[in-house]
Design a protein around this ligand. Structure first.
Ligand code: ZN
Length: 66
């Protein structure tokens, strides 16, 4: 009997919020219309990516826990 762990069980999905406009980035959904595939971790989002709502940069986002 071996317990096979799914990768997902060890990964907390995180949500990041734009401090300027309140727009939320969810790692599980990404921003497909913006070229960010579902499941893209925040750290893997390109540095030059900006908030689709207000144009804020990644440094203007803060991690939130729901
Ligand atoms: Zn924003």
């Amino acid at each position: 009997m071996t317990g096979i762990k799914k990768l997902n069980e060890n990964m907390e999905h995180k949500t990041w919020m734009c401090l300027i406009c309140g727009w939320m980035y969810d790692e599980t959904t990404g921003v497909p219309e913006d070229g960010i595939a579902a499941g893209t971790l925040w750290t893997d989002v390109p540095m030059n990516w900006v908030c689709p709502e207000c144009g804020a940069r990644k440094e203007d986002f803060e991690m939130v826990t729901i």
